[in-house]
Design a binder for this molecule. Structure first.
Ligand code: BGC
Length: 280
């Protein structure tokens, strides 16, 4: 199927499910993080837009959020660095008063054949994708526990959404560092969810499939690549960042209050073993 003839993402307004809440989204100046930050703002939350490179892009996200009537603030921090993460949370809490929602989104790929992979490639990917999620979640949980529940804002003391990947379960040759980081995110998320549920802190993951963002541009930006990509996607279209953003709004809201410890796959069926539709 050609991209132009593929069914497109339905356009629907984001409901105001997060009025009065304060959110922090890591890696929010591009791709999935950007769409999530904008959607949380549309849903009524004030949003901290974290970025590590690309201040201009972060500023644009802030302007978009402000236009929807919510407050927004850009904070620079490398999520793999403990000091920078702690400083970011101090500043966010000082400016917004508290935090209700963390979206652990910042992530990267440094691909290599297994026997060519350097320790630096391994450490960089684990450092941002896994250690970064731990460091940010720890600061968020400290604030959620300190403040407790404010029933007029949310029935939960806090919500953490980890942006994982289909590769928390699908092995990925040539990307061992990335797949290992996302497999780690899965059990980090579930262990936090189990431990923190009695304090009414909900922790869940969204597991995107192929989403049209800079991280995987070579997989969708030519007709040949797009055609090959669709062989992995039963729903026969690439995902858009907004597909993820809408699920994030729902998971962060009290509409999802009984959901904790879940990996929600938003992947057009990529995890359904598409090769078996005609084989096996
Ligand atoms: C990766 C993308 C890839 C997708 C599906 C994501 O987690 O970052 O590069 O296209 O998984 O394989």
């Amino acid at each position: 199927m050609k991209e132009e003839s593929a069914p497109v993402l339905p356009k629907q307004p984001i409901p105001k499910l997060l009025t009065g809440q304060k959110a922090l989204v890591t890696g929010a100046n591009s791709g999935i993080g950007r769409a999530v930050a904008i959607a949380l703002g549309e849903a009524g939350a004030d949003v901290v837009v974290n970025y590590v490179r690309g201040e201009d892009a972060a500023q644009k996200v802030i302007d978009t959020i402000a236009a929807s009537g919510s407050k927004a603030l850009a904070i620079h921090a490398d999520v793999s660095q403990e000091e920078q993460v702690q400083q970011m949370f101090r500043e966010a809490i000082q400016k917004f008063g508290t935090l209700d929602i963390l979206v652990n989104n910042a992530g990267l790929q440094q691909d290599a054949a297994f026997d060519q992979m350097t320790l630096q490639q391994w450490n960089t990917v684990i450092g941002v994708n896994l250690t970064g999620q731990f460091l940010c979640a720890r600061e968020a949980v400290r604030e959620f526990k300190r403040r407790g529940i404010r029933p007029e804002i949310s029935v939960a003391a806090g919500k953490i959404i980890c942006i994982s990947s289909v590769h928390e379960t699908i092995p990925w040759g040539g990307h061992a560092n990335y797949a290992a980081s996302k497999g780690g995110v899965m059990l980090l998320m579930k262990s936090m969810a189990q431990e923190l549920a009695p304090q009414r802190i909900r922790v869940n993951s969204i597991c995107p499939g192929a989403i049209r963002t800079p991280i995987n541009k070579p997989a969708w930006d030519t007709p040949e690549a797009y055609k090959a990509l669709l062989t992995l996607i039963p729903y026969q279209r690439i995902g858009e960042p907004e597909d993820i953003a809408r699920v994030a709004v729902f998971l962060a809201s009290d509409q999802a209050d009984y959901i904790t410890g879940a990996s929600i796959f938003v992947d057009g069926g990529m995890t359904l073993y598409p090769g078996f539709a005609t084989g096996g």
